[in-house]
Design a protein around this ligand. Sequence first.
Ligand SMILES: NC(=O)c1ccc[n+]([C@@H]2O[C@H](COP(=O)([O-])OP(=O)(O)OC[C@H]3O[C@@H](n4cnc5c(N)ncnc54)[C@H](OP(=O)(O)O)[C@@H]3O)[C@@H](O)[C@H]2O)c1
Length: 250
Amino acid sequence: MKLRNDHIVIFGGGSGIGKAIAERFCTAGAKVLIVGRTEKKLAEAAAEIASDHLHYLPFDIADCDAHRDFFAKAEAKLGGIGGFVNAAALGAGTIGRGYEPWDITPDEWTMLTDVNFKAAFFLMRNEINYFLEKEVRGNILNLASNAACMDIRGSYGASKEAIIKWTRALGKKYGHNGIILNGIAPGATFTPMIASYAHEIDQKYERHAIERFIRPDEIAELAFYLMSDYGEIICGHTVVADGGDNKATL
Ligand SMILES: NC(=O)c1ccc[n+]([C@@H]2O[C@H](COP(=O)([O-])OP(=O)(O)OC[C@H]3O[C@@H](n4cnc5c(N)ncnc54)[C@H](OP(=O)(O)O)[C@@H]3O)[C@@H](O)[C@H]2O)c1
């Protein structure tokens, strides 16, 4: 099994799941560009992965009008782009409170949905457009969440459910152009995003049937499969990898 495309841009690659995917893909010999808002975080991730194949560039995906200019910069860095991993997002805990409907103000709603909903859509749309224009049989992998498979009470789960629907609709349409668009919906994965309740990897987590957190490298293996030559048979789908979360309804 090998990657279907080996020049990959990873939004949200400076930490957590995106960083683990970057490391996995570099190990497989791919050229990888990791992207996030914080240059220091990207530089630290690059130092940790320590691969000649790894590059980084800071960028805020919420600046939707700048996506295409950013792709041009990324293309120049990598010498072409064959795949995008969309892992950049704000966690539900970003606003520092809970998940109940009354826990969020309109301004906080906008802050979260500008990245997780609006930018996620325009990024995906602009990536497809990039591949169509360049006639690249590219890959796109979206990070949704199993929060999409729960009774939704706030904006985070709703934004992730939208991603699953767009992945299905756009994946089935542009698969005809050789563009393979899929998603992963992880359960609680041990990354900075869930640091408020995940303190150590060995901590018991009973909400999952496997009674533990998911490791980012486990999600990275699934990402590798979905973006591999074998993964082409999965097109327009989001794979739920949640260790049997007892709150998810799918
Ligand atoms: N961890 C979990 O339990 C879990 C479960 C289900 C789904 N997910 C999803 O998996 C993906 C990866 O999350 P993670 O757990 O690895 O969290 P993470 O470590 O917080 O990674 C998210 C990354 O996105 C970047 N980012 C955030 N806003 C951005 C923006 N506007 N522009 C560019 N980059 C931005 C962050 O870097 P900067 O702050 O430097 O920009 C950060 O490196 C997310 O889509 C998340 O919703 C995670």
